[in-house]
Write a protein that binds this ligand. Sequence first.
Ligand code: 0RA
Length: 409
Amino acid sequence: MADNGAEKYTSRQLQVLEGLEAVRKRPAMYIGSTDAHGLHHMVYEVVDNAIDEAMAGYCDFIEVTLHRDGSVTVRDNGRGIPVDIHPEYKIPGLELVMTRLHAGGKFGKGAYKVSGGLHGVGVSVVNALSEYLEVEVWREGKRYYQSYRRGVAEGPMKLLGEAPPNKTGTRVTFKPDREIFQVHSFDYDTLATRMREIAFLNRGLKVVIKDERTGQEEEFFYEGGIVEFVKWLNRTRTPLHPEPIYIYYEGGEIVEAAMQFTTDYRENIYTFVNNIPTPEGGTHLSGFRAALTRAVSEYARAHGLIKNGQNLHGEDVREGLTAVLSLKITEPQFDGQTKTRLGNWEIKGIVEGVIYEKLKEHLEENPAVAEKIIGKALDAMRAREAARRARELTRRKSLLEGGGLPGRS
Ligand code: 0RA
C-alpha cells in the first residue's frame, strides 16, 4: 500500500518533469514565440488569470511592476489560487496550478474566461520558462508561499502566517529564462498599452503599471468603460456627435458596443472577446457590420433621406466610425493565422440582432445624431459613385485612344 503510493508519486513527478521538458523544448508551441512577443506574453498570461478573477466579479485591482533584474511582479486582489490539498494528486492546488500543464477549463462551464489561442495556456508555462518564480497567496485568512526554478518547486508550499483581515489575492514574481528568450527587456509602452486596454474593457477595474528601472508609473481606471475607450481613441479626431452611442446586452453572453462617428475617412473598429483583441475579426464583427448597415439604411429610407435607386453600402456607413465591440462568451473558438479571429458561428446572429435593435431605437430617439450619421454616409456614397464614374470615363477614353494598355498608342 505505502509502496504502491510511493511508486505512484515517483511516476507523477516524472510526468511533471516530462510536461515541463516539453514546454522548455518547444516554448514557441506554448507561448507563441521566444522573441519580444513571447517575452511580453509571459506577463499577459499571468495577468489573464487576474482578469478571469475580475470577470468573475472577485477582483478590482491588478498591478504590474517591472524590476531592475529583468523580473516582473503581477499582483491582484482576486480570490487567490486555491491552496487545499488536491484529493487525487495529494499536493496543494497552488503547486498543481504552477507545475502541471492544464488543458484549460479552470472554472468549468458557465464562466467567462480567457482561453483559446495563446491565452489560457496556464501559469505553469510561465513557470517552466522562468529562471525563477515566486508566488504568494492570501486566502482564507492565511498567507502562503512557494518558489520554483525553471518550473521545479524548490520546496513544499509554506504557510507564512496570517493574512490581514479580508485580504485575498495572488502575487507572482518571475524572471523569464535567458536560456529561452532572445529578448530580455520588457518594453514599458507595450505593457502599458495593454494594461490601459484591460482597464477600458473592465469598467471599475484599477490597473497599475510601475517601472522600477525608470520610475515611470501609470494608473488606469475607467468608470465609463468602453465609452471612455472610444472617446480616448477619438482624442485626435473630430466627433460628429458629443457622446458615443452605447449598447449593452446580457443574455447567455454579454455583448457591449460603443461607437462614435467622426469627420475621419477611415473605419476604426476594435473588437475583443473575453478581453482578448481579435484583429482578424470574425463572426462578431460580421454581425456588427451587417446590423450597422441595415439599421442606418432603413432609418435613412424610412425618413426620406435617400432617394429610390440610391443605396448605402456598408463602407459608406462605416466611414469615420470609431467603435469598440466587446463580447464575453463562455466557449470562444479562436481561428485564423494568429488565432485572433472569432469562429463561433452562432455569435453573428446574436450580435447582429442586438446591435440592429438597439441602434435603430437610438436613431429614432436621437434624430439629430441620426441625420449627422446619414449625412456623412451620403457624402461617402456620392464620393464612391463619383470615383466609379471617373474610373469608367478613364477606361472609355483609353479604349477610344486605342490600346488600353499604358505606353501603347
Ligand atoms: C485556480 C482556481 C481559481 C483561481 C486561480 C487559479 C487563480 C490564478 C491566478 C493567477 C494569478 N492570479 C490568480 N488568481 C486566481 C479559482 C479560485 C476559487 O475557486 O476560489
